[in-house]
Design a protein around this ligand. Structure first.
Ligand SMILES: *Cc1c(COP(=O)(O)O)cnc(C)c1O
Length: 382
């Protein structure tokens, strides 16, 4: 008997050992991985219930609390990408019929809408053109109208490059007795976040953007008001894998087996977080801000316009308007194929209108800005 291996059902390939190009990842994520993180990931794994691994999980929890500035005991890494952690926030606190209000001003707001609906929520939205943010008065008016159980906002809308300010939103949510759920996927590590001070009840992130880690181990946190809502559920959490009443026992003192942790990814995450503490969280935020301002200046010197008003621009992701008459896709393809630089294109309302340039984590460095600007200077027909 012959065993067959066919790819695309047409070719029979002789597969060589893995060889991939060395790209500079300046898109909306993933970003490049710090060499120390890659090295940590190569450490031979121990068992997922090994005492040394359990100690490492404790360290990850402490480090995540630091980077988010929270004291929530239930702060963990979800095994999965940012979307899994996103789903974990909604799955644990949403019961059928709950009103969930979502601020939609980009692609990821829409994803929250879709997800909340799948958990039986009565989903309402407030909307803004892509690239703009909600003012506090607009949020207050919407809370008054909809009286939601949960308000969900995207702090860093990666599809637009806009930063939704959170100061004061938590107080409003307490006034209207609702939970505040925040997407910090593209802000964690690169943008100042003070979850406890801002009274955020639930938040999630990912590993492959501001933390400079491979994808697959995603920060999740839940404060006491959210835990209370979860404990008072009339129905079981509809997602077994992401059920915090079970997962909390693996990460908490019981250490009950739940699923096999992606051990090497946790090694990577621990090292990436350790690097942030070594640099100092505030220094890390400052570095992101400084390098992105350097990028903005360089892009404007090339005659390019930026999509988001300066005050609300993200330090981690910049949306650049594609000039009239320039084929945005062709430029991105040329950057990738000829110069090994990845940048992103626009989504939804911004499709064909912008490029998305990420400077996240280890990638937020002046030399990367120089390399991109120099290349654009060569290939843009300006
Ligand atoms: C990338 C991203 C996600 C999804 O994370 P994945 O790791 O791709 O699953 C969610 N929200 C925002 C704002 C993102 O940028």
């Amino acid at each position: 008997m012959t065993l067959t291996l066919s790819i695309n059902n047409t070719q029979r390939l002789q597969l060589n050992p893995l060889e991939m190009p060395n790209r500079l990842l300046l898109g909306p994520g993933p970003s490049n991985i710090h060499p120390a993180v890659l090295q940590a990931m190569n450490t031979p794994p121990v068992g997922h219930l090994d005492p040394t691994f359990l100690a490492l999980m404790d360290e990850i929890q402490a480090l995540l609390r630091y980077v988010w500035q929270t004291e929530n005991p239930l702060t963990i890494a979800v095994s999965g990408t940012g979307t899994a952690a996103m789903e974990a926030t909604l799955a644990n606190v949403t019961e059928p019929g709950d009103v969930v209000l979502v601020g939609v001003s980009g692609y990821f707001g829409n994803r929250l809408v879709d997800m909340a609906g799948r958990y039986g929520a009565d989903v309402r939205t407030i909307n803004k053109p892509w690239g703009q943010v909600f003012a506090l008065e607009e949020i207050r008016a919407a809370l008054e109208t909809h009286r939601p159980a949960i308000l969900a906002l995207v702090n860093a809308e990666t599809s637009t490059g806009a930063r939704q300010p959170l100061e004061g939103v938590g107080d409003l949510c307490r006034e209207f007795d609702c939970l505040l759920l925040v997407d910090t996927v593209t802000s964690m590590g690169g943008v100042p976040l003070f979850l406890d001070e801002w009274k955020v009840d639930l938040a999630y992130s990912c590993s492959q953007k501001g933390l400079g880690c491979p994808p697959g181990a995603s920060p999740f946190t839940m404060g006491s008001r959210a835990v209370e809502k979860m404990q008072q559920r009339r129905t079981k959490v509809a997602n077994w894998y992401l059920d915090m009443t079970l997962l909390g026992k693996y990460w908490g003192s019981e250490r009950t087996y739940h699923h096999t942790a992606p051990i090497n990814l946790y090694y990577a995450l621990r090292e990436a977080l350790r690097l942030i503490t070594e640099e100092g969280l505030e220094n890390c935020w400052t570095r992101h801000q400084k390098n992105v301002e350097y990028l903005w200046e360089g892009l404007e010197d090339l005659g390019l316009k930026l999509h988001v008003e300066r005050e609300f621009r993200l330090p981690t992701l910049t949306t650049v308007c594609i000039p009239e008459g320039v084929d945005g896709k062709a430029i991105a393809r040329q950057l990738l194929n000829e110069y090994n630089i990845e940048i992103g294109g626009g989504l939804g309302e911004l499709a064909g209108k912008v490029w998305r340039v990420g400077l996240m984590g280890f990638n937020s460095r002046a030399e990367n800005v120089d390399r991109l600007l120099e290349t654009l200077r060569q290939i843009l027909p300006l």
